[in-house]
Design a protein around this ligand. Structure first.
Ligand SMILES: O=C(CO)[C@H](O)[C@H](O)COP(=O)(O)O
Ligand SMILES: [Fe+2]
Length: 221
């Protein structure tokens, strides 16, 4: 299983985002948290910022939409050139139609689940998605503690993937550190978002390397 590390710029310096994205060249993608102060009680930025990040980033964009009425707004983020656009099941009226709209516009389609949202209704829809994001904190803020009680959802997802679906990324987001990443990796995650544990480190590239090594060790276990 290939390990992917996606640092979250939610924990970066918001007035120097071009420079901050340039610091994570060892990462596989940059995780971009879009919040609307409605679906979550916090506000970040919208499509204009994502368009500029796409223009200045040398690594792909992994956009995490924490916004309401996402059926309407998600396709526009795919048109900006993001590699993957992930939207919340709780915010979507029709998850399949929205996933198809993303793929039609050339991006990967991701489905996110809050900690309290069960995975079972979505297991039969996996072929519609390229990534499933199991939130390991309540969405809205960086720097929260990892919720290990979400791990059974990862195990269910990993067990449900058929051989032709193994390329679907199983992503975790929230509280990922060198101490918790192995728990998520052992449960089946292969794509790891890390905000404060990367941007809070003195040596950002060393933090990415440390996370990657810990996840690879857990997969080998
Ligand atoms: O989606 C998010 C919050 O809703 C962020 O991606 C996540 O919280 C990253 O921050 P940290 O690694 O510090 O928990
Ligand atoms: Fe996120």
């Amino acid at each position: 299983m290939t390990v992917r590390i996606h640092p979250s710029i939610l924990s970066a310096d918001f007035v120097n985002l071009e420079r901050e994205v340039g610091r994570i060249t060892a990462a596989d993608a940059v995780h971009v948290d879009v919040m609307d102060n409605h679906f979550v009680p916090n506000l970040t930025f919208g499509p204009q910022m994502v368009e500029r990040l796409q223009a200045v980033s040398s690594i792909p964009l992994d956009v995490h939409l924490m916004i309401a009425d996402v059926d309407r707004w998600a396709p526009g983020y795919a048109e900006l050139g993001a590699e993957c656009v992930t939207f919340h099941a709780e915010a979507a009226a029709d998850v399949v139609a929205t996933a198809r709209a993303l793929r039609e516009r050339g991006s990967l389609a991701g489905l996110a689940l809050k900690p309290g949202t069960p995975v079972e209704p979505y297991l039969e829809l996996l072929p519609e998605f390229d990534q499933v994001l199991v939130m390991t904190v309540e969405p809205g803020f960086g720097g929260q503690s990892f919720m290990a009680e979400t791990m059974p959802k990862l195990r269910s997802l990993r067990a449900a993937l058929r051989s032709d679906e193994r390329s679907i990324r199983l992503q975790v987001d929230g509280g990922i550190t060198v101490d918790t990443i192995g728990i998520a990796a052992e449960a089946g995650a292969d794509t790891f978002v890390a905000g404060s544990s990367v941007y809070g480190a003195d040596d950002v590239e060393a933090a990415i390397a440390g996370l990657r090594a810990a996840a690879i060790a857990a997969h080998a276990h």
